[in-house]
Design a protein around this ligand. Structure first.
Ligand code: NAD
Length: 411
């Protein structure tokens, strides 16, 4: 199933549990604007290459479009549409005043030099400059994009438009107005959610084990937080493969190993496994933190986790969702579990607009004040409605988005 088909299935499932105007639902089945651009980049060897880039502006009823940029060889329009849809839902779940957007380029950034990556990013910024801006559409990092790349976007946008507001992107370096804590915010938000969930379903951190698929910005910071708070991290993977250890892994030591050896595999005291085996490793919390569609109808019967905490976007297909629910596995949906990233992007945007600079402590206190009520509201809605936590989160978000669209006279 394509990522966008997955997203629309989730929408239809939620709609079936609520009462929504058919016109509002029809609006939500379509992105408001889809931009596809061809980017010509001069390579270091003097040759010219053309890359495909995308920006999808899904829904802005509640505020400027907001969403990251992904650089990946498999990125295509379908994926970006799905991610932009999920951003619309996510911003409404945590009640930040943004709509949903997403962008990406079909590229393997690891095969480019730093200069090529910068020229590609600047070409992309020029191609989308007309439709982004602090009040219009605010990009941020996602898979394979970094604060440095956000800095290039901010600079190129300022040179083109004369608008040097730092609020045109979030997830930038602190030196350019980035927020303290943004780098680890998605993992931190996921951890706040896990702590709340623990109070509801009584997981004992001493005996609960955590397996994390994907060891980038999100997976690594989440794993480190779990370890620091006494949860035992027994499995970690990256795109090359995974490792498991029943006695627990120290994520910081694994990160140092990955830096030196190019991957987590071979970490001393652990056993190498494939990414498929890692997902099926018995654990309390399974946190997919890489890409979409990794938990499917095929492997869902073999997932042996009490909780799936979706730190990646779209890791579970609708068929797998159903199978996991039948087996009593609690799935904390992406639109809630990984919303700490966009929530902190909102805090960054707010600081930029106020000319403020908050400490990491202040930022995480404000993040907790966003994430904890959002989780509790979704949990209570699930208890009332009896569906999944995903459907409960969607219903909360859809009510907010539909109310804004109605108030704007869109239907
Ligand atoms: P990243 O580029 O920093 O890290 C991605 C990680 O996934 C890397 O460790 C990579 O090796 C690994 N990976 C790639 N393919 C894999 C595979 N097939 N199996 C196992 N591991 C694989 O990206 P990120 O920012 O950490 O994003 C990860 C996920 O979290 C994405 O789904 C993204 O959309 C989502 N997300 C990110 C943020 C954010 O703030 N960065 C916010 C919300 C959601």
């Amino acid at each position: 199933m394509s990522a966008f088909a997955n997203a629309l299935t989730q929408l239809e499932t939620a709609i079936a549990h609520g009462t929504f105007d058919p016109a509002a639902v029809e609006l939500l089945r379509h992105p408001r604007r889809t931009l596809q651009v061809s980017l010509a980049v001069k390579m270091d060897d003097g040759s010219l290459r053309v890359f495909e880039g995308y920006r999808v502006q899904y829904n802005n009823a509640r505020g400027p479009y907001k969403g990251g940029l992904r650089y990946h060889p498999q990125t295509d329009l379908d994926e970006v549409q799905a991610l932009a849809f999920w951003m619309s839902i996510k911003c409404a779940v945590v009640d930040v005043p943004f709509g949903g957007g997403k962008g990406g380029i079909t590229v393997d950034p690891k095969a480019l030099s730093k200069g090529e990556l910068e020229r590609l990013t600047r070409a992309f910024t020029r191609a989308i400059a007309d439709v982004i801006g602090p009040e219009r559409d605010v990009p941020a990092p996602d898979v394979n994009t970094t604060p440095e790349i956000m800095g290039w976007i901010m600079d190129e946008y300022a040179q083109l438009t004369g608008n040097s507001s730092p609020a045109v992107v979030t997830g930038k370096p602190v030196a350019l107005g980035g927020s303290e804590g943004r780098g680890t915010a998605t993992g931190q938000g996921g951890f706040f959610v896990l702590q709340e969930l623990q109070k509801k379903i009584g997981i004992d951190p001493e005996s609960a084990t955590v397996v994390v698929q994907g060891f980038g910005n999100v997976g690594r910071s989440f794993a480190a937080l779990c370890h620091r708070h006494g949860w035992q991290v027994t499995g970690i993977s990256d795109s090359h493969g995974g490792i498991v250890s029943e006695t627990g892994l120290d994520p910081e030591a694994v990160a140092a190993w990955k830096k030196e050896h190019g991957g987590v595999s071979g970490f001393p005291g652990s056993r190498d496994v494939s990414n498929a085996e890692l997902l099926e490793h018995p654990c309390g919390i399974l946190a997919p933190s890489a890409l979409e569609n990794v938990i499917t109808e095929e492997n869902a019967p073999r997932i042996r986790a009490q909780v799936v905490l979706e730190l990646a976007n779209g890791p579970t297909t609708p068929g797998a969702d159903r199978l996991l629910a039948e087996r009593g596995v609690v799935v904390v949906p992406d639109v809630l579990a990984n919303a700490g990233g966009v929530a902190t992007s909102f805090l960054e945007w707010q600081q930029n607009r106020e000319g403020a600079h908050w400490s990491e402590h202040e930022v995480f206190q404000k993040l907790s004040d966003i994430m904890v009520p959002a989780f509790r509201a979704a949990w209570e809605a699930r208890e009332r409605g009896g569906g999944s936590l995903r459907t409960a989160s969607y219903l909360i978000a859809l009510e907010r988005i539909c109310a804004a669209m109605k108030a704007k006279g869109w239907y």
